[in-house]
Design a protein around this ligand. Structure first.
Ligand code: ZN
Length: 261
C-alpha cells in the first residue's frame, strides 16, 4: 500500500513533514523522466513537490510539445531558468540575473527587491529542474535541446549531497530536493526570497527518507522484511544509518548503493 501523495509505502509516508508547505514565492518545475517516475521509492522530486507550495511535476521524455511547459514558458510573469551547471550559467548574485528578475526596478536598494513584488516589478523565478539521475538527465537534455537555450542558473557555492551514491559520477551531484533547499537558501541570501521562508522541511524530509530507507534495507538483510529487489546481491551488509542530528551539512554515507535523485 502506497500513500497516493508522496508515493512512499504507507508505513513510511512522509507527508506529515510537508505540512505546512513552503511558500517561497518561487515556482519550481520538475521534469521527470518516465523511468524516474517509476522509481518512486527513491526519487526526491516528488518529495520536493509535496513540500513546495508552488511546484509542478511534468513527466515525459520529449518536452518541446508539452502543452503545460509551453504555456508556462510563454507566460511573461515568469522568468524560466534551467537549473544546470556551466560557464554560461548565472548564479543568484549575477547582475544580469537580477536585471532579468527585476526588469522594472533599478534595484539600487537591495531591500526594495521584495517590497516591489507587490507592484509586479519583478518576475516570478521559475527554476526548471531535471529530476533524474545524471544518466537520465543527459537523456532528457539530448531529447530537449531547447532547454539549453533557456537561461541557466547554477549555485553560487559548491555543495555536496548529504548522501552520495555510486550511480552519480560526480560528487557535486546533489539530489533534486537538496537543489531546491540550497537554491532557496541562496535566494534568501541574495534577498530575492523573503527571510522568513523556512526551507528546513526539505532537508528534514530528505534525512527521514534516507534513514527510513537504510533501516528498511537493513531489515531486509536481516531477514526481518521481505525483499523487494530483483538485485538482492547488492544488499548483503548492514549499513550504518547516519546520525543527522550531529551534522547538518555533511555526512559520511559510504556504502550506499542505491540512487536517490
Ligand atoms: Zn504520504
Amino acid at each position: 500500500m502506497r500513500c497516493y501523495k508522496c508515493f512512499r509505502p504507507k508505513e513510511f509516508c512522509l507527508c506529515s513533514f510537508a505540512t505546512p508547505q513552503i511558500d517561497s514565492g518561487v515556482k519550481f518545475i520538475f521534469l521527470m523522466h518516465p523511468k524516474e517516475a517509476k522509481r518512486q521509492r527513491t526519487g526526491t522530486g516528488r518529495l520536493a513537490h509535496i513540500c513546495l507550495a508552488d511546484s509542478e511535476i511534468l513527466q515525459g521524455l520529449e518536452f518541446s510539445q508539452n502543452a503545460r511547459l509551453r504555456e508556462l514558458l510563454a507566460d511573461e510573469n515568469f522568468l524560466p531558468v534551467l537549473m544546470y551547471p556551466g560557464n554560461d550559467a548565472w548564479n543568484v548574485n549575477d547582475e544580469n540575473f537580477a536585471k532579468m528578475l527585476f526588469p522594472k526596478n533599478s534595484f539600487e536598494n537591495q531591500n526594495e527587491k521584495i517590497a516591489t513584488d507587490a507592484i509586479h516589478a519583478r518576475k516570478i523565478l521559475m527554476p526548471i529542474i531535471i529530476d533524474a539521475t545524471w544518466f537520465c538527465s543527459r537523456k532528457i537534455i539530448e531529447h530537449n535541446e531547447f532547454l539549453l537555450r533557456l537561461p541557466k542558473l547554477s549555485f553560487a557555492k559548491n555543495y555536496s549531497s548529504i548522501f552520495t551514491f555510486k550511480h552519480e559520477p560526480r560528487p557535486e551531484c546533489v539530489s533534486t530536493i537538496e537543489t531546491c533547499y540550497y537554491l532557496i537558501k541562496e535566494l534568501q541570501e541574495a534577498k530575492i526570497v523573503a527571510q522568513n521562508v523556512d526551507a528546513e522541511p526539505l532537508m528534514a524530509i530528505f534525512k527521514k527518507l534516507i534513514s527510513d530507507q537504510l533501516r528498511a534495507e537493513n531489515e531486509r538483510v536481516q531477514g526481518l522484511r521481505p525483499s523487494a529487489h530483483c538485485y538482492d546481491w547488492k544488499y548483503n551488509k548492514i549499513r550504518e544509518i547516519p546520525d543527522f542530528s550531529k551534522t547538518s551539512e555533511t555526512s559520511d554515507s559510504k556504502g550506499a548503493e542505491n540512487s536517490i535523485s
